[in-house]
Ligand binder design. Sequence first.
Ligand code: PHE
Length: 339
Amino acid sequence: MMKKLEQLRKIATDDISRANDSKTIEDLEIKYFGKKSELSEILKSIVSLSNDEKREIGPAVNSLKLELFSFIENKKNEILKSELEIKMKKEYIDPTIDLKNEKIGHLHPATQLRYRLEDIFKSMGFVIYDGPQIETDFFNFEALNIPKNHPARDMQDTFYVKDDVVLRTHTSNCQVRALKELGVSLKAVVPGRVFRNEASDATHEHTFNQIECIVVDENISIANLISTVDGFVKKIFGDNVKIRLRPGYFPFVEPGFELDISCLVCGGKKCPACKHTGWLELGGTGMIHPNVLKSADIDSSHYSGFAFGFGIDRMMMQKYKIEDIRWSMSGDLRFVNQF
Ligand code: PHE
C-alpha cells in the first residue's frame, strides 16, 4: 500500500507540474481529487484494513492528500495569474486617453425635428402611432375614400410592390388603422417615412417624412382643428407665426384645406423665400370624410374628427433654411454636421 501511495505521489506530481493551462489543471483536479479518483478509492478501502495497518496507512494517505492538494492549488493560482496577465496585455485599456477630440455621431436634423414634434404632441395629450411602410391598397387608398380607378389616384405617384400592395404614399394610411385599433376617442400622431414615384428636384424626393395628426371624438369641429394646428405651429416655430387655411381637395377630408404658415424668413412681408406671397405651404388638413369613418366602422352621425398631414422634411427646410431637399438623404457629412 505504501508503495502504491509513493507511485501515486510521483505520477500526480509529474502530471501537475507539466500542466500549463487552466483547462488541464481543472481536469487534473477531477482526476486526482474527484469521487472516482485513486485517492478516494484508497480512502474508502481503509475501513477494511487491520488496526495496525490503519495506523500506518491513514496518516500517510492524509498527508499525501494535503501535499497534492496544496501543490495543485499553487499551480492553479500560478496558471490563472499568467493567463490574466496575457489577457490584460491583449485587452489593454488606457483610461488616460483624452477623448475630447473624438468625433461622436448625432441624430439627423429630420430625426431631431421628428422627436421635437413628438414631444410637442405628447405634451398636448396625443399618442404616437406607428404603421407599416409597405401597405395594402386598402389602407393607403380605398379606406380613405379613393376607390380603384378614381382620378384622385393621380395625385400621388405610387410605387407598387404587387397589385394590391404599395409603398405608402402618405402617413394617412394610418387613419383607419389607428381608428380600428384604438377606437374613439382618438388623439394620435403618426410620424414616419413615405414614398412617391417622383423625379427628384430641389423640393421633391422619392422618400420623405410626414407627420399625420388624427382626432376623432364627439363634437369635433373646424374650431378644434384650427386651435390644434395654431397651437402646435406656434410651439415649433414661435409665437409670431400665423396660419392660413385655403380650400383644398383631398378625398379623405370634407371640407379640405391647404395649410400655410406665415413666411419664416420675412414674417409675411413677402420675400424670395416665400415667392413674394408672404406664406409657406406646410401640408393638408380637413374634417375626416364620413366614408373614412365608415371604413373604420365608426358612426359618422355621432362622431366627427379632423386630420392633418405635414412634411417633416419641408418643415426642416424651413426651420433651418435649407434650399435643396436632396441634401437630406445625401449622406454628406458636410450637411449633416451642421446640425
Ligand atoms: N395625406 C395628404 C398628403 O400626403 C395630406 C393630408 C393629411 C391631407 C390629412 C388632409 C388630411 O398629401
